[in-house]
Design a protein around this ligand. Structure first.
Ligand SMILES: Nc1ncnc2c1ncn2[C@@H]1O[C@H](COP(=O)(O)OP(=O)(O)OP(=O)(O)O)[C@@H](O)[C@H]1O
Ligand SMILES: [Mg+2]
Length: 262
């Protein structure tokens, strides 16, 4: 199974939107996808139109009370039969404080994913912080996708993300891939363009070719509980996210070749 962690400690940069879109595109393309909501805000489940219930959720998985299969739900949207959701659940906010300090706390999700045979790819939506939940996600990932808003202050945040990716590469997973995704991009704005150019200079091929512009259809789709590619397949954001899903697929496939060659 491939594992994609969508993460950036900065809030409101498009993590959940990107996780939703990638999960939906991969499922529409025929893969069995497990989307895991690791943000106590529960936006991923909302964006997929799954109502909150009291069943097992990401919290029960991380506290080893449930398997991922037991915690997963079907998604109501037509065409997304191959997508399953593990919701955040009402108790996930406790996990941050409960997990830290336990031996091996940072590998709980990795182990749960390794034991789950029912998906080809997992997409993990992280909270806007670098706590226990995000560390679990990055530690389990083959590919870290970081949506970055092209604003002046974002560049520093990317440096922090790169440091974390480097740490994980050095200590645990030398093959970890990293993909920065410019989101909420406004090509008419000089600062946006300058920040994107700087990102490409600094991080080269680790910045996606695809940029995702501001598109009101994105907000509408989330209010309807549908990924944007299903709500308005012809809008600009839907097209960008299809292109991004192709880039993600290419990176995951290269990784397989890399692993086989080793
Ligand atoms: N391309 C886009 N065009 C217009 N609005 C967008 C776009 N991408 C995201 N948004 C909106 O911006 C807001 C933040 O997006 P999102 O929830 O995906 O970010 P996030 O990084 O997951 O936030 P948080 O850190 O709170 O989890 C949402 O209201 C979302 O609908
Ligand atoms: Mg979010």
């Amino acid at each position: 199974m491939h594992v994609i962690a969508v993460t950036n400690q900065k809030g409101g940069v498009g993590k959940t939107t990107t996780a939703l879109a990638i999960a939906a595109e991969l499922a529409l393309g025929g893969q069995r996808v497990l989307a895991v909501d690791l943000d106590p805000q529960g936006n991923l489940g909302m964006g997929l139109g799954v109502a909150e219930d009291d069943g097992a959720s990401a919290y029960e998985v991380l506290s080893e009370r449930s398997t991922l299969a037991e915690a997963s739900r079907s998604v109501p949207a037509p065409g997304l039969e191959r997508l399953k959701l593990v919701p955040a659940g009402p108790r996930l906010a406790r996990a941050e404080s409960e997990l830290v300090g336990q031996i091996g706390f940072d590998e709980l999700l990795k182990r749960a994913l390794a034991a789950h045979g029912e998906a080809d790819v997992a997409v993990l939506d992280c909270p806007p912080s670098l706590g226990a939940l995000t560390i679990n996600a990055v530690g389990a990932a083959d590919l870290v996708v970081s949506p970055v808003q092209c604003e002046f202050f974002s560049a520093r945040g990317v440096v922090k993300l790169v440091e974390i990716v480097e740490l994980v590469r050095n200590r645990r997973n030398p093959d970890l891939r990293f993909l920065v995704v410019p989101t909420l991009y406004d090509k008419r704005n000089n600062i946006c363009r300058a920040v994107l150019a700087e990102l490409r200079r600094s991080f080269g091929h680790e910045v996606a070719q695809t940029t995702v512009g501001i598109d009101t259809r994105v907000r509408e789709s989330q209010a309807k509980g549908l990924p944007v590619g299903l709500y308005a397949p012809r809008c600009r954001a839907a097209k960008s996210y299809r292109d991004l899903a192709d880039e993600v697929r290419a990176r995951l496939t290269r990784e397989v070749r890399h692993a086989q060659a080793a």
